[in-house]
Design a protein around this ligand. Structure first.
Ligand code: GUN
Length: 283
């Protein structure tokens, strides 16, 4: 009875749609959205993420600039760079790849990005907008997760949704989005007692804890929709937070790792970049 939600295919169709929108913009106003990505330091995972973001932008016909900075860069220099980009009319989206080196205050850095160029949706004003139901930029991974849930056609209203993980990037915003769509939302985390019984009540499970195969098949209510945000490396292999091979026979819909949520994050980032461009063009 299970169906795999193929993030690669869904993301591909979103990226094609974005490309069409960008082509129209280019023809109509002679401009395309421009995303600037800043990477400080040489974290290998971050390097591969930012390169993937850059490639995706270029493939969608957008302009992309990757600014790679040494990890000796001072916080003040980074803040000044962001302020310059905030004022640059040729820049429509600014993304500072996280994590930042320890000598930098990530919150201060994010707060410095103009809210209408904040393609990550991490600025406190965008987070506030999400919680009070005002228009704003949604964080890319939660936005991609919601697109995946919508693709199943299953109504979310009144469903029991369990979000495992309470990060600012995934857990908290995805919980807010599910709540906005009238799900009954529970957030579990590392101190939660009896995760299994909460899981067994959930019609929708979003696993975003970062622990390989933490959610096992016996924890899943038959017919539940399972979204796996985990990216864990075990013996060189990428695996999710859910024991996919066993859980797929219990769930109605489930996302694989890799090829699930990951590609959706980039597709949503492209959508956000177009949205930022359009809102800046209106100003
Ligand atoms: N590091 C891990 N995920 C993300 C993300 O979505 N945005 C940024 N800026 N950094 C990240």
């Amino acid at each position: 009875m299970n169906q795999i939600i193929n993030g690669k295919t869904l993301a591909k169709s979103i990226r094609e749609e974005v490309k069409k929108r960008v082509d129209v913009l280019k023809e109509q106003i002679g401009k395309v959205p421009h995303l600037v990505v800043i990477l400080v330091g040489e974290d290998p995972a971050s390097q591969s993420y930012v390169k993937a973001k850059e490639r995706a932008c270029l493939t969608a016909g957008m302009k992309s600039t990757l600014l790679q900075k040494d990890d000796t860069m001072t916080e003040e220099d980074l803040l000044n760079l962001i302020k310059q980009l905030n004022d640059d009319v040729d820049v429509h989206g600014i993304l500072v790849q996280l994590p930042l080196p320890n000598h930098m205050d990530a919150n201060l850095v994010i707060n410095t990005i103009r809210k209408d160029k904040d393609v990550d949706g991490f600025h406190p004003l965008n987070i506030a907008a999400l919680h009070i139901g005002e228009p704003g930029i949604l964080p890319a991974t939660p936005k991609g997760i919601m697109t995946m849930l919508h693709s199943t056609g299953i109504p979310l209203k009144g469903k029991n949704a369990l979000v495992i993980g309470r990060s600012n990037i995934v857990g908290k915003p995805v919980a807010a989005l599910l709540l906005k769509e009238h799900a009954t939302v529970t957030i579990a985390h590392s101190r939660t007692v009896d995760l299994k019984s909460l899981c067994l009540q959930a019609d929708i499970v979003v696993a975003a804890v970062g622990r390989a195969h933490m959610v096992t098949a016996d924890m899943i209510k038959p017919g539940a929709v399972v979204i796996d945000v985990g990216v864990n490396r075990v013996n060189g292999k990428l695996v999710g937070d859910v024991d996919f091979d066993a859980a797929k026979d219990v769930a109605s819909y489930i996302t694989p790792v890799p090829g699930g949520v990951g590609p959706m994050t980039i597709a949503s980032l492209l959508q956000n970049t177009v949205e930022c461009f359009l809102s800046l063009e209106k100003k």
